[in-house]
Design a protein. Sequence first.
Length: 122
Amino acid sequence: MPDRALVLTADHSPSGAVVLRLTGVLDHLTAARFRRTVEEIPLRAESPLVFDMSRLSFCDSVGLTELLLAHRRARTASTSVLLVGVSRELGHLLELTGVDRVLTAGESPVGGPGDGPRPARE
């Protein structure tokens, strides 16, 4: 069973994007804290919200729902959500659930090496 801790660290990329690093587990026990943190991030039309998933060890259906809610909030603010550091397991989950057709995944935060969207399932 995965450790149920979730550590959230916000930063800005050189291009101005807000980067939220997720470490640990995004599930039914940690989703409310994730949502509160995302809701506190000011969104700007020119700056995407980037979720760095490279240290996320587990995500359940409630976690996927929270990612989709963050996407909806970003669209309302005329910006986007980009997932980076997506593991093979998470990419497979995104593909199986169809979430990969809604959320965009990239290799690194906006403005970093390897920047650019790619399907989440790769």
